[in-house]
Design a protein around this ligand. Structure first.
Ligand code: ATP
Ligand code: MG
Length: 401
């Protein structure tokens, strides 16, 4: 990979320079000293960089427009800013122009190895060399769209029906609903256990989860909000890396508000699924999310819109009108299934267990099959057949003939 690094304080950055030389031995490494001039990121050394590192304590001097153009021109590239100052404000600005990491000067040496590894992993994933577990992230376009309910039941079906090893990662640190939709387990195990550890491996990850059936591991958000304070994007990233080596699929449930943790999960995902309903407030919420996805330069193929609770002829907006307003296709429509959803929720049991032939259950089985197919993961018909989805599988595969 090509790594370009710009320094506005080269003399004081010798630790970083040494680290880059060490970690990027097999890479094309370009370092540009701009200590004695105004920082300029409009320079030929940036061309085709896969990782752009800008060391600039004073972010006021940055030309955000040029940075945005760089990220637009090289969507495979990762850009990183090492800076000081009001981090919260800089972070928002940086996210808008597609910068993936903002690091404090004092933490640069400890964080940079992770940044380099992630940039490499992204590049490999884009080149299709990643055979590790697939990450799918689900985000509500507006509160109450059914995201936690859908992702938890879909993850359960992927495990139980398609016999995959699945992790459901509840990253809704505020409400943590996913756990309650499919399990009444009272144990306190959660993400809080993992982030206190210095090293996370596959065993400690599994030990922090509760089991739902035989194939689904559920990593709950901390049940107590204080435990969620201080969780860093690097910790989330590390857990996802470990998870991709241990699981076939990782389903992430996000809350509506975007933050650096959810951004990291979305970044690492093969697909991001915004969940909406066919009424106006959700269309507006979806437009808001679309703007963010554009700023992050997510390709259209990564973002797959789901319309949930479909079927109310009196109040639903027509699908073609929604698609025209959003300039995108709806990837899947999921039916409203109030009777089965309410039994499932009040009993704390997955939909598939209480209503295997229910309207929404069947749609979720189709969805799981489609996901497996789209990742090149061929589901054996015999294993699907054991669970009564053989005909669904046949019907599904016939769509591609
Ligand atoms: N297809 C469906 N049919 C019937 N009820 C549904 C359906 N999908 C979701 N629900 C119900 O909608 C309610 C809200 O769902 P959920 O908590 O999953 O939404 P959310 O998008 O995760 O909300 P939040 O913004 O709070 O995270 C739940 O009671 C759930 O059972
Ligand atoms: Mg939710």
């Amino acid at each position: 990979m090509k790594v370009t690094s710009l320094f506005t304080n080269y003399a004081a950055s010798q630790g970083l320079v040494a680290l880059l030389r060490d970690k990027c031995r097999g890479d094309e490494l370009v370092m540009v000293d701009q200590s004695y001039e105004k920082l300029s990121i409009d320079i030929p050394e940036l061309a085709s960089a896969d990782l752009l590192i800008i060391e600039c304590p004073n972010a006021e001097t940055l030309d955000w427009g040029v940075l945005e153009e760089f990220n637009l021109t090289y969507p495979q590239a990762t850009s990183v800013l090492i800076t000081d100052g009001d981090m919260e404000r800089i972070l928002i600005q940086a996210m808008r122009v597609g910068v993936r990491d903002v690091i404090r000067e004092s933490e640069a040496e400890s964080q940079l190895p992770g940044v380099i590894a992630r940039a490499r992993a992204r590049l490999e994933a884009i080149a299709g060399r990643n055979s590790a577990g697939k990450i799918f992230t689900f985000i509500p376009c507006k509160g109450g769209s059914g995201t936690s309910f859908i992702v938890s039941n879909l993850a359960y079906i992927m495990g139980t029906v398609l016999k995959k090893k699945v992790l459901l990662f509840d990253l809704d640190l505020q409400f943590s609903d996913a756990s309650f939709y499919i399990s009444d387990d009272q144990s306190q195990r959660s993400l809080g256990d993992l982030v206190r550890k210095t090293e996370v491996d596959g065993n400690s990850l599994e030990a922090a989860c509760i089991m739902v059936g035989k194939q689904l591991w559920l990593l709950r958000a901390p049940q107590n909000p204080e435990q969620a304070v201080g969780i860093t994007p690097e910790q989330i990233d590390n857990i996802l890396t470990v998870a991709t080596k241990r699981f076939d699929y990782i389903f992430v449930d996000l809350e509506r508000t975007l933050d650096p943790l959810s951004l990291r999960a979305m970044d690492r995902s093969q697909y991001v699924f915004p969940i909406m309903q066919a009424v106006l407030p959700y269309v507006r919420g979806t437009q808001r999310l679309q703007r963010t996805f554009r700023a992050l330069h997510y390709p259209d193929s990564k973002v797959r819109l789901i319309a949930n609770r479909q079927g109310n002829k009196n109040s639903d907006l027509p699908v073609d009108k929604i698609e025209a307003a959003l300039h995108t296709r709806i990837y899947r429509q999921l039916p409203n299934d109030f009777p089965n959803a309410s039994v499932s929720i009040s009993s704390g049991k997955p939909l598939y267990d209480i209503a295997p032939d229910g309207l929404l259950t069947k749609a979720l089985v189709q969805f799981a099959l489609q996901l497996a197919e789209s990742t090149g993961d061929h589901v054996r018909e015999s294993s699907a057949g054991e669970h009564g989805v053989s005909s669904a599988w046949k019907q599904f595969t016939s769509m591609f003939r």
